[in-house]
Ligand binder design. Structure first.
Ligand code: CU
Length: 118
């Protein structure tokens, strides 16, 4: 009988903790994940692009050198896809929505001068 009581207590504790976990994952659903096409060449570009994308409200930003796709996880109530793209364009990298200024692009190191679409 005592064993059953202990078992019941354990079950109750487990069900309470799973409710807490469910609530936490509900909060995570408010984060958005977007894939953005960003032009660049090398590892230096990757560092520059990801740094520019890490604005307030951005949880993770990972740029794939092969596919030229940036995957961002962000809180849409703090920052937007457009603002992130503008920030990346401002450091010299063309995104699907914004082109970098010619003068900024020209200041990139030689290895980072990716072929631009016209
Ligand atoms: Cu580069």
């Amino acid at each position: 009988m005592k064993n059953i009581k202990i078992l019941l207590t354990i079950l109750i504790v487990i069900s309470f903790s799973s409710v807490t976990i469910a609530q936490e994952s509900d909060q995570k659903i408010t984060l958005k994940t977007d894939s953005i096409s960003v032009l660049g060449n090398c590892g230096m570009c990757k560092t520059r692009i990801e740094k520019a994308a890490m604005l307030e409200g951005v949880k993770t930003a990972v740029w794939n050198q092969e596919t030229k796709i940036l995957t961002v996880v962000y809180n849409p109530s703090v920052v937007s896809n457009e603002v992130i793209q503008k920030s990346i364009a401002s450091v010299g990298h063309d995104t699907e929505l914004y082109k970098a200024e010619e003068s900024v692009y020209n200041q990139l190191p030689g290895c980072c001068k990716y072929p631009r679409k016209e």
